[in-house]
Design a protein around this ligand. Sequence first.
Ligand code: NAP
Length: 209
Amino acid sequence: MKIAIIGSGHIGAGLARAWASKGHTIVFGARAPEDAELSTLCKGIGATAALVADAPSDAAVIVLAMPFAALDEVLRVVGGLDGKVVIDCTNAVERGPHGMTLKYGHTTSAAEELQKKLPGAHVFKSFNAQGAENLANPVYGDVRAANFFCGDAPEGKRIVKGLVEDIGFEAVDVGPLTNARLLEPMMLLWIAASKTLGTRDLAFKLLRR
Ligand SMILES: NC(=O)c1ccc[n+]([C@@H]2O[C@H](COP(=O)([O-])OP(=O)(O)OC[C@H]3O[C@@H](n4cnc5c(N)ncnc54)[C@H](OP(=O)(O)O)[C@@H]3O)[C@@H](O)[C@H]2O)c1
């Protein structure tokens, strides 16, 4: 599957490495596609890079892996992304008086606001509530970490589930896009646990009987 990833930092590069190793075709959308570090990354995994505006053209899946602050700038150039699956990995956070806080919550979510801006696209939320290190190895002992995703389009769900599993996670469908209201704060929980436990080597797991 052809996947355009906007951003080639911790999350973008981590997803790209894992997906390229599973045979997916990766094109990074970048502000500077000729950048030396990005070129080395592309060469290493067999990916290509293009300007942000051009990367999505024939990709079935678009992954937003840049800072939330860059979202409007990215949306201005990528167009409506009609019919495409859009996986939103961003975390819409702001500095509050008591530290990091969510820009949206309770009655909407960043992912739902994104869907409003891209009415013809199939927006999903995933990969936001864990550290990027997990993308290189989401298996703890013999337990696969969970990666939650939510979104509305049935065919999109099948695609996103497969992509989450291709990273090596257990893919957990947590329902419609409105549940991004629950998924987005989980990132703050992950950060809080990471701080108190003093490690980024951690991930969520859902136990079932
Ligand atoms: N790091 C984590 O553990 C983690 C976990 C879950 C979710 N997230 C979320 O994932 C997103 C990416 O995080 P990250 O840690 O991967 O960030 P990062 O390492 O700082 O990488 C950010 C990437 O976004 C690109 N970018 C910045 N502004 C851009 C713009 N206006 N247009 C296009 N590309 C732009 C940067 O490209 P340049 O080289 O041009 O600057 C860079 O490739 C964030 O929203 C973050 O909240 C991060």
